[in-house]
Design a protein around this ligand. Structure first.
Ligand code: MG
Length: 374
């Protein structure tokens, strides 16, 4: 855009924003009366500074949506993933850019709506997830069924969830493991030079089964084989993303030399990636924010199962909106790592709960969320 076009666009934008509220655009006029969409960025404060191989932070900003139509409000959330160059502000702008589409479409046609959202968005998977979750919450509420029933699932089949321990010094690692006492299985983040010290600190205070996530932290296949075989001797059940996502051939080499399953996370962003990954990995970690919501996650889980792969549902650090949405699909999977809401101190919502490590799905319609008591 040259300067003249920019000035012209800015003038139009300012004219639109200064229109009196009684004047509606054609698309807004097509939306039913009372339909509204609220998109906002919410800052979630972490209980502990969270460190993985990739980043360290004291808070996370996620995108929250409220889509109202026919007196029903669907709640959605997307937690942008820095690795894929996404952030909440740009996610919000993406949602705003299709406001008319969302206000004029029936959420009952969620397949059609999401196909159009995917066509218009380039990336912005967390924003896609926020929209998809809001649509599904609305649909569940409209039909009066919890989303696990919408998918034909039994809440009794929800798995246990791991509780994740971020990378820290040995003393803090020990404290975090003690805090995680109610969880029967822990997920430990590794991928630095301190891996042995981290595992030693964990094993000093617990004999629980462990799952380990290297977040692409190891850089060559020999190091990966050596560390995975050592981790197996420490009671580790599986290893997630030991090598960088693009190193599929090397991962296949590693897989032939270790005994515990290797799960793809960063390497598995969408449905199309799965058949190729089946050659190098034993399973996939599906995240709503990575693939763009519940529809895509459901399709990925079914596809991976059809290829004989293990399936796992993971999450980003986010509120109970996003984690509960994933939890409604959890009766389908082998493993769950749905603890992102437990890592924050100001969750605006109450949804899925964890009792003795097991996910307990809310029974209300849609996501079944209730506002947190502040
Ligand atoms: Mg991971």
């Amino acid at each position: 855009m040259n300067r003249r076009e920019f000035v012209k666009t800015a003038a139009i934008a300012s004219a639109v924003t200064s229109l009196p509220s009684s004047i509606l655009t054609a698309a807004e006029a097509a939306a039913p009366q009372g339909a509204s969409l609220e998109a906002k960025v919410v800052r979630l404060n972490l209980r502990h500074t969270w460190t993985t191989h990739m980043s360290s932070s004291a808070y996370r900003d996620t995108l929250h949506l409220k889509l109202t139509r026919d007196g029903i409000t669907g709640i959605g959330e997307g937690a942008p993933i820095v690795r894929y160059d996404e952030d909440a502000v740009r996610g919000k702008a993406a949602v705003e850019s299709i406001r008319d589409l969302l206000l004029s479409s029936s959420p009952l046609h969620y397949e059609k709506v999401m196909a159009e959202v995917r066509r218009r968005f380039h990336g912005n998977y967390a924003a896609q997830a926020a929209i998809d979750i809001a649509l599904m919450d609305w649909v569940g509420k409209k039909h009066g069924v919890p989303l696990y029933e919408h998918y034909g699932l039994d809440r009794a089949d929800a798995p246990i969830t791991t509780f994740s321990i971020g990378i820290d010094n040995p003393e803090t690692t020990r404290l975090k493991v003690e805090e995680a006492a109610p969880f029967p299985v822990l997920k430990i983040k590794v991928g630095l030079d301190t891996d042995e010290a981290t595992l030693a600190a964990v094993r000093a205070v617990t004999k629980k089964p462990l799952r380990v996530d290297a977040n692409e932290g190891w850089k060559n296949k020999e190091e990966a084989v050596r560390k995975i075989n050592w981790l197996e001797s420490q009671g580790v059940e599986f290893i997630e993303q030991p090598l960088p996502a693009e190193m599929i051939e090397e991962t296949r080499w590693v897989r032939s030399r270790v005994h515990i399953p290797i799960i793809a996370d960063e390497a598995c962003v969408n449905l199309a990636a799965i058949p190729k990954l089946a050659e190098a990995y034993d399973g996939i970690n599906v995240k709503l924010d990575k693939c763009g919501g519940m529809q895509q996650a459901y399709a990925m889980i079914k596809t991976a199962k059809s290829l004989g792969m293990k399936t796992m549902l993971g999450c980003m650090i986010s509120s109970s909106v996003s984690v509960t949405a994933a939890a409604h699909l959890s009766p389908l999977v082998d493993y769950a790592d749905l603890d992102g809401n437990l890592l924050i101190g100001n969750d605006p919502w109450v949804g899925v709960k964890v009792v003795n490590g097991k996910l307990v799905l809310p029974e209300g319609p849609g996501l079944g969320l209730t506002p947190a008591q502040v």
